[in-house]
Design a protein around this ligand. Structure first.
Ligand code: NAD
Length: 247
């Protein structure tokens, strides 16, 4: 299919790399107009140019509220509205509860936690002006199960899972016609994971299917959640993990 997102305008945070990039590409392929928001302007500008006239880049640090406000203004100025926000920007973790430095804890909470909250807050405030739509929060299997070497990541992803349900319930109560859901990827081949061959090997051995996923496996779920096909889903968790959390 090539038209599942006709007439949709989406803002994808962390759109310059990995899963966010795959989502932006697939959204354009399905007929959407897409803004890629990222702190990495060099890569973001390049990718947006490659995607053509239905894509744009906006400089966005998800931890800064004024940058979210400006990003929405820019998207609406160019494409006329906004229907979909994918809160995807995030960073990884390699610390356990004993050795996590406070500086890194504060950084990961700001990006993976506060960044998702701000994107959801301003997503609701803007999308409701255009008849409703969908907010998709990139969580993780680590919003469902723990990993000893990722204490900050687990804290933030656990929080995103329930913050999303709170926002979904609010939007339903207020009849805003905005659905808010989480996607929970297992380990996926991206620049967050691939530079650590030991991690890739470990997670291959822990994944029942015996291999990591591709960014497109997650982008396919995002297309479903961005489209009207998912009109009865809100506050829900969508897992694609090669069987990881079935164990
Ligand atoms: P990635 O490192 O390839 O991409 C992350 C993007 O986020 C980069 O373009 C980066 O510049 C951007 N970013 C980082 N900090 C930012 C900030 N403050 N403001 C705006 N942009 C910022 O990572 P990825 O693997 O594609 O991860 C994307 C999302 O998927 C993350 O939320 C991650 O936690 C989640 N996830 C990834 C995996 C995996 O195995 N790769 C598994 C589960 C969940």
């Amino acid at each position: 299919m090539v038209d599942r997102l006709n007439d949709k305008v989406a803002l994808v945070s962390g759109g310059a790399s990995g899963i966010g990039l795959a989502i932006a590409k697939k959204f354009v392929d399905e007929g959407a107009q897409v803004a890629l928001g990222d702190i990495n302007a060099e890569s973001g500008e390049k990718v947006a140019a490659e995607l053509g006239e239905n894509a744009m880049f906006v400089t966005l640090d998800v931890t800064k509220e004024e940058m979210w406000e400006q990003a929405f203004k820019d998207v609406i100025a160019k494409f006329g509205k906004v229907n979909v926000v994918v809160n995807n920007a995030g960073i990884g973790d390699q610390y356990n509860v004993e050795n996590m430095p406070l500086d890194y804890w504060n950084k990961i909470v700001a990006i993976n936690g506060t960044g998702m909250f701000l994107g959801t807050k301003h997503g609701v405030r803007n999308i409701k002006n255009y008849g409703g739509g969908s907010i998709i929060n990139m969580c993780s299997i680590e919003g469902l199960v723990g990993e000893s070497f990722a204490v900050g990541y687990d804290f933030t992803k656990g929080g995103v899972r329930l913050m999303t349900k709170s926002a979904a319930l609010y939007c339903a109560e207020e009849k805003l016609n905005i659905r808010v859901n989480t996607i929970h990827p297992g380990y996926i081949h991206t620049p967050m994971v691939d530079p650590s061959p030991d991690l890739v090997k470990l997670e291959e051995s822990k994944t029942p299917m015996g291999h990591l996923g591709e960014p497109e496996d997650i982008a396919n779920l995002a297309v479903f959640l961005a489209s009207d096909e998912s009109k009865f889903s809100t506050g829900s968790e969508f897992v694609a993990d090669g069987g990881y959390t079935a164990q």
